[in-house]
Design a protein around this ligand. Structure first.
Ligand code: ADP
Length: 404
């Protein structure tokens, strides 16, 4: 029987809340529990003055949670304890389960191997792991796969992919995020995965559960300082294994951050899975639009529906609320019109977005009432509408038999 949130909540009644006479649950310090099979993430709000006690609190949470999994006859593979401030921003993150894991390493991971040397995917091309062959490209249990692409790098493709995934999860969807940008993986930084190790279970990669989403990135399987120089087929092999060997479980959406451009690698990756559709990220300038048009055409030529274009770095709102049009706001919307594809929204240039990305806290982009949060929410709403329309279109193209 799978572990339930209530079981974890009950166990956390035994963990004292520092600075009080009570426990994490009765004092209201426990804010949020997310479970995905044998991975868990917990959010705790405690006053800043109690910070010296956070590590020991996280260890106690880890011990209590591990006990719950143990009594259900399972093992807790990964746990993240996040400490949030008054605004709900993650200010400290601990992964105590690493010290609680079984002393027997998984069969496919030698003792003492770290993230840089773990090799469950074909990171170097010399030690290929067996790839399960799937007859269909669709992933079992995953309802919709949405690729986020861009005509060139640096336009905010990864930023958009991360925040789209978090926005969908905040609406209660089960969401996975796959870092397909295998040449320049950004997820370890943008999701704050720094202190976490990849774990495997039954020979499959366990996704990281943070910010309400499950995620996987090649960036946690290779040395982050080494350049990833892969030829097309190797890159494709690594992507395929990362996609198929991750234990996603049931997902409503899997968002894939594709490599930029329209070269062989993004093209082959986009083809590898039966995508629900693709989102093209673009900045407003004319030069960026030309690249984005090529990206949109690539998806169309592959028969992948373009769910829409999103304009990033659209405009800048200063601290006095004055909006500045830096790159030519609206350029991407006009381009979308020319292409005959939907326009999904504009994301403003926001220093906080860059700061939250650098410190691995996308949840910080959703502070209520901010222009940034509203822009991501509008984008997610428009995307969901397009996905629904696309499903209806796909459904209506199937022949139906009516008997009267
Ligand atoms: P790409 O994936 O297209 O290469 P990234 O998502 O990595 O681009 O973004 C590049 C840089 O720009 C990152 O530092 C990111 O934080 C920053 N950035 C992206 N979009 C915005 C924005 N709207 N406002 C401020 N900074 C942004």
């Amino acid at each position: 029987m799978a572990v339930q949130k209530e079981d974890v909540r009950d166990a956390l009644r035994s963990v004292p809340a520092p600075g009080t006479d009570g426990d994490l649950v009765s004092t209201g310090a426990l804010q949020w529990i997310a479970l995905c099979e044998n991975t868990a993430s917990v959010k705790i709000h405690l006053p800043e003055s109690t910070r010296p006690a956070w590590e020991s609190t996280a260890s106690a949470v880890g011990a209590a949670a591990a006990g719950v999994w143990e009594s259900s006859g399972r093992g807790l593979d990964s746990l993240v304890v996040e400490f949030v401030d008054d605004a709900g921003t993650v200010v400290h993150s601990v992964s105590p389960a690493r010290s609680l894991r079984t002393p027997h390493p998984p069969a496919d991971k030698a003792p003492g191997t770290g993230p840089s040397s773990a090799r469950p995917v074909e990171a170097t091309g010399r030690h290929p792991a067996p790839t399960p062959r799937s007859t269909a490209s669709a992933l079992p249990g995953v309802d919709r796969i949405i690729a986020v692409g861009a005509g060139k790098g640096g336009v905010g493709k990864s930023t958009v992919a991360v925040n789209l995934a978090v926005a969908l999860a905040r609406r209660g969807h089960m969401v996975g995020l796959l870092d397909g940008d295998i040449y320049g993986p950004s997820l370890p930084t943008m999701l704050g995965l720094g202190g976490m190790d990849v774990t495997t279970h039954g020979g499959r990669l366990q996704p990281f559960v943070v910010h309400g989403i499950k995620s996987m990135t090649i960036g946690k399987l290779v040395d982050p300082e080494k350049p990833l120089i892969w030829r097309g087929p190797m890159a494709h092999g690594a992507f395929k294994q990362l996609t198929e060997q991750t234990n996603w479980g049931d997902l409503d959406y899997l968002v894939i951050d594709l490599p930029p451009g329209t070269g062989d690698v993004p093209l082959t990756m986009a083809q590898a899975l039966r995508l629900t559709g693709a989102v093209v990220v673009c900045t407003p300038q004319r030069v960026a639009q030309d690249d984005a048009v090529r990206a949109a055409r690539m998806f169309q030529q592959l028969g992948i529906p373009v769910l829409g274009v999103v304009e990033n770095m659209s405009y800048f709102v200063c601290e006095h609320g004055v909006s500045y049009d830096i790159f030519g706001r609206g350029g991407a919307e006009q381009m979308a019109q020319r292409l005959g594809v939907p326009f999904l929204g504009s994301i403003p240039i926001t220093p906080a977005l860059r700061i939250n990305s650098d410190r691995g806290d996308p949840s910080g982009n959703f502070a209520a009432g901010t222009e940034l949060a509203d822009s991501f929410e509008r984008f997610a709403t428009n995307l969901i509408s397009q996905v629904t329309l696309e499903s209806m279109r796909a459904g209506s193209s199937r022949p139906t038999l009516t008997i009267s």
